[in-house]
Design a protein around this ligand. Sequence first.
Ligand SMILES: Cc1cc2nc3c(=O)[nH]c(=O)nc-3n(C[C@H](O)[C@H](O)[C@H](O)COP(=O)(O)OP(=O)(O)OC[C@H]3O[C@@H](n4cnc5c(N)ncnc54)[C@H](O)[C@@H]3O)c2cc1C
Length: 305
Amino acid sequence: MSEFHNLINNNLFQGRIFFDKSLENLTWLKVGGRASCLYIPKNKKDLAVFLKQINNKVKINVFGRLSNVLIRDGGISGVTILIPPSFSEIEIHKNNKITLSSGMLDKNVSNLAFDNNLGGFEFLSGIPGNIGGAIAMNAGCYGSEIKDIVEDVLILERDGELKSYNNEEMKFSYRKSVIKKDQIIIEATFQGRHENKLNIKEKIDAVISSKEGSQPSKVATGGSTFKNPKEVKAWELINSSGLSGYKIGGAMISPIHNNFFINTGNASAKDFEKLGEFVIHEVEKHHGIRLEWEIHLIGDSINEI
Ligand SMILES: Cc1cc2nc3c(=O)[nH]c(=O)nc-3n(C[C@H](O)[C@H](O)[C@H](O)COP(=O)(O)OP(=O)(O)OC[C@H]3O[C@@H](n4cnc5c(N)ncnc54)[C@H](O)[C@@H]3O)c2cc1C
């Protein structure tokens, strides 16, 4: 904790700070170790002050709702920053544009767009997590992705300075963007299109019902475990390798959607990582295709004896 001592009695910034804080219950997979230092900023000014306070050699990791990460059992050293729901400022512009802070939940963004007759945001109603996480991951479903609606992204660099990136500079690709671990998405401006509410509502309902019909619900999961290879879906490869329902420890391949891993109650992060590595091995053996993790694996493992 010594590296953070200067932060403890520091009145320069607000927000909440915790030391040796368990992250397990904050993650969607309900596994993972502890954060050496967890900081939840109050607002963007506060966050910028905080970044200037900490030694620039201290490693940082930034998250939203932890819905697409596997935090290893040994936890995360350095500073872990969680972007909270209080980062939810909204600015509605002319020409069907909106600017949103990165802590806003994706489904609330979709609802806001509906309220303002803005089309193009419907897919967000099916994605957990916040809009900062969605931008970092270029999240998407059913043929739409963040890159289709983002115009500019405001990023807080490691030195506490703000920089604006346009869509091209974000280098969006499949579940990927230019964002590095030490860059923090603060807000973004989106370009929607004027659409009537009935159309928008129909599309939102279609997204929600497709998700309900094809994915496990009310279980601890991290969503799609692997990226889909070019020509084929990851779940099909897992299924045809005979792995539906396969379990290691408390981590299981959901029989409802084979690319979703679920926590049956007592899984460790190691169980999930082992299961993932086993799937990669088996799929390559059966199909000659090497699956790539979509879920981000973060932090340190605990050495097994
Ligand atoms: C049930 C379920 C269904 C899902 N369905 C989909 C789907 O249909 N499509 C899809 O694309 N994803 C899906 N996901 C995955 C996940 O919800 C998305 O990737 C989501 O956008 C992640 O947002 P988050 O806030 O939880 O990010 P986190 O999981 O907290 O972080 C994900 C990554 O983004 C980075 N990050 C997060 N916030 C910031 C920030 N403010 N600044 C810089 N970097 C940041 C993190 O460092 C990390 O690398 C699903 C997940 C679940 C559990």
